[in-house]
Design a protein around this ligand. Structure first.
Ligand code: ZN
Length: 647
């Protein structure tokens, strides 16, 4: 990456920070916001001024947690390059990809790998991946989270539109929720969200059969609207609430359309404290069914765009904060599947293309309704990133987060020309609409990735996103440490989780280390840890040393506590070594622990287990005090070597 350590600066008179619009200067290093200062501070000569803006709004980059990229397999519908290009030009710096309609669908660890393989070289913004839950795949869930790094799961309560992604029954949901609870217990309280397309089959079937009997006109939008009644959503949402309440697993309703269901969601959240959220989408907050043109199937999506009165009630829920997440549900297909000529709403593929237009679509409506752009920033950046566990990196402008921004003009308006959209299939029901709000520039981790009227910026700087908790979890096979700037700003539990990668730190060390922030580098952090350890009282020292896994425990045990230790101790080769060596090591560890009262720690440094035996034998002859200090200094050596591997 360019300009590694150089400080970049964004100055603006109208910056959306912490719930208000104010002048500010933002300092960025290594793609992370390291400070937010007064507007008037003096800028050092060696700093690079990225943006200096008086008039335009500077806001955190948008996070769209509901995008169907469809690559691999249905790349003619949409692909990573086209989708992320459209996102970049719309001020969206993070998208979360749905587990369908790619082929294969993202419902197994292996399928997830083929998705991951299709991504390199195509990401203009950051991308997180969702897995899918279908009947019978509960056994894939843990691996997709822990080894695959998915940010959540999506499932359907009604036919998904493609046969390879069947919808779930209550027993499937229960099975999946049981796995989620287990995951949470095993991995220190991590919550992985389960998202639901909440419509239920029966009312749809009933209505469709009736409409067929009545020979209702399939080119009339109202026919389609009647075929997907609100009650279908309401019943499904009540079912999800019930299961969520029973299991207390983090749950989310995608693309809420029926305003009738707002009441039960509100009650569940506020009265019953159920861990559930709901999102609505651009099209439900913009279009109304009364105005859908005869036979124009570009407006078809499921659940459907409903009446004007329904739209008003959705906006009321946004205004009151029952709905705090607004996303695109960008779900394009090739034009032939829309059956434009035929104009048959009942047969056409459902899904609306809108990824690039979110900010102006929502702002155009919001300003009419007195909803502030500060609130939009919250609902289009902060809350979607929180939903998928990326809130420590993504969302509105905050120290420690990625330096992602959208710079835009809320006053300017434009007429949507679908030919200028960057998505693969450009036909959109927004074509010809007059919208307010024009994106001028988009910045991803301190780099310009879009500038209005400048097609030359076509950088591929996007990354796949894995939540920090998964990122650093010791049982994830390739954990990495975040940038030091991010570490400095993490919550205490996330901070400790990160430092655990270096020290498996017990509370006496972890707490003091947390108090020592900020660190200028990991080297400094390790030096400080060394000093802290030396100053601890003997009992605390023993607590720290005992947090380290035993050298010579069973491979499975070591793997469970730390995949780094597992590698350091060459546990993968345990099955091929002489069992008597492991037995001897076990006996020596027991002798050591009963003599000194703490664990034997040695920087193995690639040596085999048989080479450790004479070392532990020799160290058994030492005094307790010197052994304690020796073990602790070995721990510091271990952390130094880990630092090289983890960066
Ligand atoms: Zn969708």
């Amino acid at each position: 990456m360019e300009g590694e350590n150089k400080i970049k600066v964004i100055k603006g008179k109208k910056v959306v920070i912490n719930g208000e619009i104010r002048p500010a200067t933002i300092l960025i290093r290594n793609g992370i916001i390291i400070d937010i200062k007064e507007y008037s501070i003096e800028i050092k000569e060696e700093h690079e001024i990225l943006i200096d803006e008086n008039e335009l709004i500077i806001m955190g980059g948008l996070v769209d947690s509901h995008v169907h990229v469809n690559e691999p397999g249905r790349t003619e519908w949409e692909g990573f390059l086209s989708a992320t290009s459209a996102a970049a030009s719309g001020g969206v710096t993070t998208i979360i990809d749905m587990p369908l309609n790619s082929s294969p669908v993202t419902t197994t660890y292996d399928n997830l790998q083929s998705k991951i393989k299709s991504m390199p070289g195509k990401l203009r913004v950051d991308v997180g991946l969702l897995g899918g839950i279908i009947p019978g795949n509960a056994s894939e869930i843990s691996r997709m989270v822990l080894e695959g790094g998915v940010v959540g799961f999506k499932s359907f309560l009604v036919h998904s539109g493609i046969d390879e992604f069947p919808h779930v029954q209550e027993t499937d949901i229960q099975e999946a929720m049981d796995v989620m609870k287990q995951l949470r217990d095993e991995c220190g309280g991590r919550d992985v969200v389960m998202m639901f397309h909440a419509e239920t089959e029966e009312p749809i079937k009933e209505a469709t059969e009736r409409l067929e009997r009545e020979k209702a006109d399939p080119k009339l939008y109202d026919t389609f609207l009647q075929s997907r009644p609100r009650v279908s959503e309401n019943i499904a949402i009540d079912k999800v609430i019930e299961l969520c309440k029973k299991n207390q697993v983090r749950t989310h309703i995608v693309h809420l359309s029926s305003s009738d269901a707002i009441k039960s969601i509100n009650e569940a959240v506020h009265h019953d404290k159920v861990p559930i959220t709901a999102e609505t989408t651009y099209h439900y907050l913009y279009f109304v069914s009364e105005q859908v043109p005869y036979g124009n199937t570009l407006y078809k999506c499921c659940p459907p765009v409903r009446e004007g009165e329904n739209k008003d009630l959705l906006w009321k829920a946004v205004n009151e904060g029952t709905i705090k997440i607004i996303v695109s549900d960008h779900s394009p297909c090739t034009l032939d599947l829309k059956l434009i000529e035929q104009g048959d709403f009942m047969k056409a593929w459902g899904g609306i293309s809108s990824l690039q237009l979110g900010l102006p679509i929502i702002w155009t409506e919001a300003k009419k309704r007195g909803v502030s752009l500060v609130k939009l920033s919250e609902y289009m950046s902060d809350e979607p990133s929180r939903l998928v566990g990326l809130n420590d990196r993504k969302g509105s402008i905050k120290i420690g987060r990625d330096a992602d921004f959208v710079i835009w003009d809320p006053e300017e308006s434009f007429i949507v020309d679908q030919d200028l959209l960057m998505v693969k299939n450009k036909n959109s029901p927004y074509h010809g609409e007059k919208l307010h709000g024009v994106v001028h520039e988009t910045i991803l981790r301190g780099n310009k990735i879009f500038k209005r009227g400048d097609q030359s910026i076509s950088r591929i700087l996007g990354q796949r996103l894995i939540p920090t908790k998964i990122h650093t979890n010791s049982i994830y096979p390739n954990p990495t440490l975040p940038e030091i700037e991010l570490l400095n700003s993490l919550s205490k539990s996330s901070f400790i989780e990160c430092t655990n990668l270096l020290f498996e730190s017990a509370p006496p060390l972890a707490n003091e280390l947390y108090e020592k922030r900020p660190f200028s580098s990991y080297q400094q952090l390790i030096n400080d840890a060394d000093k802290i350890i030396k100053s601890l009282n003997p009992n605390d020292k023993i607590q720290v040393i005992n947090a380290h896994p035993r050298i010579g425990s069973s491979a499975a045990q070591v793997k469970k506590s730390s995949s780094i230790s597992y590698r350091e101790q060459n546990c993968d080769k345990d099955s091929s070594i002489d069992q008597s060596i492991l037995e001897t090591l076990k006996n020596l560890n027991n002798q050591y622990e009963s003599k000194f009262g703490f664990k034997f720690v040695e920087f193995v440094n690639g040596r085999s287990k048989s080479e450790i035996i004479p070392i532990i034998e020799q160290r058994l002859n030492n005094e307790k005090q010197s052994e304690l200090d020796k073990g602790l200094s070995e721990m510091i050596e271990i952390s130094k070597s880990r630092l090289l591997k983890l960066k």
